[in-house]
Design a protein around this ligand. Structure first.
Ligand SMILES: Nc1ncnc2c1ncn2[C@@H]1O[C@H](COP(=O)(O)OP(=O)(O)OP(=O)(O)O)[C@@H](O)[C@H]1O
Length: 238
């Protein structure tokens, strides 16, 4: 990797509830671009994102991040009881923008995810997919240096998924380092330059997405991928 990584984890270990969850985890995430973090349920993907965001403190090891704005889109959308517009505005508050610039960014972000008409509606009454689109709009409006995404399209319909995927790609092209946790391997293939496979709290494999998905070198990665990836249709499309 030529430039300094946006995220650098070195030997990160963490025990939760008496169980080792991260086990000397080391990984780098390049900036800009999309890096996918994949692996079986319980592998420690969400915990890794929370460690990177500082919500969980590792027992040992080093976490180094590129300085700047950071946005985290959780598996379950984190929204306050206020309008959709106010929820986007919350992400902008720390940025010291003028009132007018905030209003412009809010309008553009809501339009980007097809929620312009819902700007004044209560966000907590939105459907699951609408809430997910809203939190992504908030992240987009922040223009973060670092974007952490935990299953960002898990409850979205195909059209909304396409909207969100193009928004993620656009942010990466504009310079954001994106770390994407997803079980949607088609999405990983579409978006991620690099892919890291996590199993048992360790990065067992990493490399260009295509080689990780189609020619995994480790048994752990192979076991995960053969259970999840529709090899026949997928391989035929490549
Ligand atoms: N606060 C906590 N206390 C105790 N155990 C925890 C805590 N948070 C997570 N864990 C455990 O850590 C393990 C890894 O959880 P994590 O949510 O990171 O998995 P994941 O790889 O994101 O899985 P999935 O694909 O199912 O979302 C799980 O077994 C979970 O029960």
């Amino acid at each position: 990797m030529s430039a300094a990584p946006a995220i650098h984890l070195d030997g990160v270990s963490l025990t939760l509830g008496g169980r080792p969850i991260l086990d000397r985890l080391s990984l780098d995430v390049a900036a800009p671009g999309v890096t996918a973090l994949i692996g079986p349920n319980g592998a420690g993907k969400s915990v890794t994102l929370r460690v990177i965001d500082g919500l969980l403190r590792p027992d040992s090891g080093t976490v180094r991040l590129v300085p700047g704005r950071r946005a985290f889109v959780f598996q379950r959308p984190a929204l306050v009881r206020a309008s959709a517009a106010a929820n986007v505005d919350l992400g902008l508050l720390p940025l010291n923008l003028s009132r007018r610039e905030r209003a412009e960014r809010i309008a553009a972000a809501l339009a980007r995810v097809g929620l312009s008409e819902r700007a004044e509606d209560a966000a907590t009454r939105f459907s699951g997919g609408e809430q997910q689109r809203l939190v992504l709009a908030r992240a987009w409006a922040m223009r973060p240096e670092l974007l952490l995404l935990d299953e960002p399209t898990a409850s979205l319909d195909p059209t909304a998924t396409e909207t969100i995927e193009s928004l993620i790609a656009e942010m990466a092209q504009a310079g954001t380092a994106v770390l994407l946790v997803s079980h949607n391997l088609g999405q990983v293939a579409r978006l991620a330059d690099e892919t890291i496979v996590l199993a048992g709290g360790r990065a067992v494999e990493r490399g260009p997405t295509r080689s990780v998905l189609f020619s995994p070198r480790t048994n752990e990665a192979r076991a995960y991928l053969t259970g999840e990836l529709p090899w026949t249709s997928f391989a035929a499309a490549s």
